[in-house]
Design a protein around this ligand. Structure first.
Ligand code: F0G
Length: 351
């Protein structure tokens, strides 16, 4: 009786559903808000991690997808399509299974993590690898959805934003108020748009008395919003946010400006440093794109932009198991020992 019911049931009165809407859910949301001890010490703040890798398909996309697929089902759609750097497609594929729909997926060839490809395959979606980048995939998916009977479930679908805004509700509900600062990785910019919408709605209804400043971070090789121009050939090891022309660009600017925040960039080196810190010092294993939020917080702290004593939430968007290459790369190969306690004890430095 105490199981979390999924974001639509938990926040039904704040979402565009009715009593007859056929809810498609894997009981997403209700993710841990974990106090980050080392990050708190380093910044002199109270830092929390919103661990979105704990969702059913391992990323925050499930919040948006339960809404998008539910509404597609309500409207009678038989098939859905998305462009993706990997997580949207994993999520769409899973929720399409639950809804009994066909799912078509367009991904940039060679640029999605193996775990995410495995998800799209095992859930049984129809995958095309496109000889282009994510932005090309999204253009294709939009065109196909306009000309064929297939519903687009990228974050340009407003129901995606509706679902994703529930993460802000959970954070305010857990903390008893909004944080001072909210930090997010930014790719196609749907999530920063959604969080800001959620925080604004709670403040407007006086559930909270304030809204946070929204801080977004792009990867340096894929930072069109920071640069103020489309990046034609985006690059970064954080493939989830390898995007040169974000669909929600203007909404991200609005979130930044209305909240008094900023959008900056972090290098791949900074991302990997934060990635390792999160796992080895906080015990939270995330994928590289997710570490961009924490890399950004550490960068801002080093620049003196973080006043002490503030309450800060960093969203870590996806599970580390999706893209373990970066955990294994450069790490020493584990030593092999015989089935022998003395030898094992010696190698472990116990003897
Ligand atoms: N973190 C992860 C793990 C992601 O997968 C994404 C986006 C983002 C951050 C950025 O979120 O696009 O809302 O600004 N992934 C999309 C996908 C593009 O296709 O899975 P955003």
């Amino acid at each position: 009786t105490h199981q979390w019911r999924g974001i639509i049931e938990e926040y039904r009165d704040r979402l565009p559903v009715s009593d007859t809407t056929p809810v498609v859910t894997l009981r997403e949301g209700g993710t841990p808000l974990v106090p980050a001890q080392v990050l708190s010490e380093r910044t002199g703040c109270e830092v929390h991690l919103k661990v979105e890798g704990a969702n059913p398909t391992g990323s925050f996309k499930d919040r948006g997808m339960t809404m998008a697929i539910t509404k597609a089902k309500e409207e009678g759609a038989k098939a859905v399509i998305c462009a993706s750097t990997g997580n949207t497609s994993a999520s769409a594929a899973a929720y399409a299974v639950r809804a009994g729909m066909v799912c078509a997926v367009l991904v940039p060839q060679g640029k999605i993590a193996l775990g995410k490809m495995g998800q799209a395959l095992v859930y049984g979606s129809k995958i095309l690898q496109v000889d282009g980048n994510f932005d090309d995939c999204l253009n294709l998916a939009r065109g196909l959805s306009e000309n064929y009977p297939v519903a687009l479930v990228n974050s340009v679908n407003p129901f995606r934003i509706e679902g994703q805004k529930t993460a802000s509700f959970e954070i305010v509900d857990a903390l008893g108020g909004a944080p001072d600062i909210h930090v997010l990785p930014v790719g196609n910019a749907g999530n920063i748009t959604a969080y800001w919408k959620g925080y604004k709605e709670y403040a407007a209804d006086e559930v909270s008395t304030s809204t946070p400043r929204m801080w977004g971070f792009q990867a340096s090789g894929s930072a069109p919003i920071v640069r103020g121009e489309v990046v034609k050939d985006p690059s970064t090891i954080a493939t989830a946010i390898r995007i040169g022309n974000p669909a929600s660009w203007q909404h991200a600017l609005a979130a930044r400006d209305e909240s008094g925040g900023f959008i900056d960039e972090v290098t791949d080196r900074e991302i990997l440093r934060a990635y390792k810190l999160l796992a080895s010092q906080e015990g939270v294993f995330v994928e590289p794109a997710s570490a961009a939020s924490v890399a950004g917080l550490l960068k801002a702290a080093e620049q003196g932009k973080v006043d002490k004593g503030q309450r800060i939430v960093c969203t870590v968007t996806g599970n580390g198991l999706k893209d373990p290459d970066w955990a294994v790369a450069g790490a020493p190969q584990p030593v092999t020992v015989p089935v022998d306690a003395a030898a094992a004890a010696e190698r472990l430095g116990l003897a």
